[in-house]
Ligand binder design. Sequence first.
Ligand code: PBG
Length: 330
Amino acid sequence: MSLTHRPRRLRRNPAIRRLVKETHLTVDDLIYPMFVMEGENTRVEVPSMPGAYRFTLDLLLKEIAEVYDLGINAIALFPAVPDEKKDVTGSESYNPDGLIQRSVRAIKQAVPDILVITDVALDPFTTHGHDGILDENGIILNDPTVEVLVKMSLSQALAGADMVAPSDMMDGRIGAIRQALDEHGYEHVSILAYSAKYASAYYGPFRDALGSAPKSGDKKTYQMDPANTREALKEVYLDIAEGADIVMVKPALAYLDIIAKVKEATDLPVAAYNVSGEYSMIKAAAQLGWIDEKKVMLETLTSMKRAGADIILTYFAKEVAQILGVHPRY
Ligand code: PBG
C-alpha cells in the first residue's frame, strides 16, 4: 500500500513510544489515603483491602516517614474510631485531643514536609454511621451538620492540618468552612472539596476498614445519583464559588467521563479518588491470577490522568512509588 500516514511508525519501539506519550503518571500526582487507630505497636491489614493497613499512631509515623522517602508528598488521614467514642452527633470529631488531632500533631512533628489532608465528615464518629445529624425520623439535617463540620475543620486546622477535605456532601459546607478558617487565622489552610461524590457501592471495603457503614438506610439523600452528570457540574461550580481550592470526583474508575467534564469546566486542579472498591477489585482478581496486578494498576491510574485528573487519591500510592522509583524533589 502507498500510505501517507502510518501511525504505527510512532509505536515501533519503547524509545519512540516514550517520546510521544501524552500522559505521565508520577508520584507527585498521588495522595496516599491512610487509616489510623488507637493503641500502640499494631498494624492490622484490612481484610477486604489486601496491602492496606490500619496503623496505630506510633507505627503510622514510621510508615509515613517511609512513604515520604519514596517520594509521596501527601497523605489523606482517616480514623477508626472506637465505638465508645461515637455518639449521635459525632462530637468526638472536634475533640482537640481526638485520634485525628493527635495524629496530625505527631505527623507534622515527625515528617513536617509531608502534606497532611484530613477528612471532614461525621460517619466515622456517629453511632448510626451517617455523615450527618439525624432528626427523629432519620432525616439528615443539613445546616446543623455543617455547624459540626465547621468545628471539626477548625480543630483539624488547629492541630496543623495543611488541607481539609470535606467528604460529607452537605450543602454549603465549603463556604461555611472557608469562612470559619479565615476568621480564625487559617487562611493558609486549603480545601480539597469532594464536590462530585456519588452514592457508590464501591466504598464497601473502606467502610469495613473504619467500621463506618451506615447502620440503617443509605447515603442517597446527600451523595449523588450515579446516573447524573449535570448535577456533578452544579456541585463543582457551587464548591468553586464557595472557595474550594481543589475539586474532586469520587469514585474515579466508573466516572472517567465525569472527571473529563469537570476538567473542562474549571481551571482548578481536579482530583479523582480511586476508591477502596476499585482497589480491592484489582487486588482480588490479581490474587486469583486472573489479571496482572501491576499492569492493570498502572493502566487504571494512567487512564484517570488521561481523563483529566491532576491528582489521584489511591491506596496503590506506595506500590506506584516503589515501581516508578524515587525521583529527586527539585
Ligand atoms: C466518608 C468517606 C467515605 C470514603 C471516603 N470518605 C465513605 C463513604 O462516604 O461512605 C470512601 C473512600 C473509599 O471507598 O476508598 N465520608
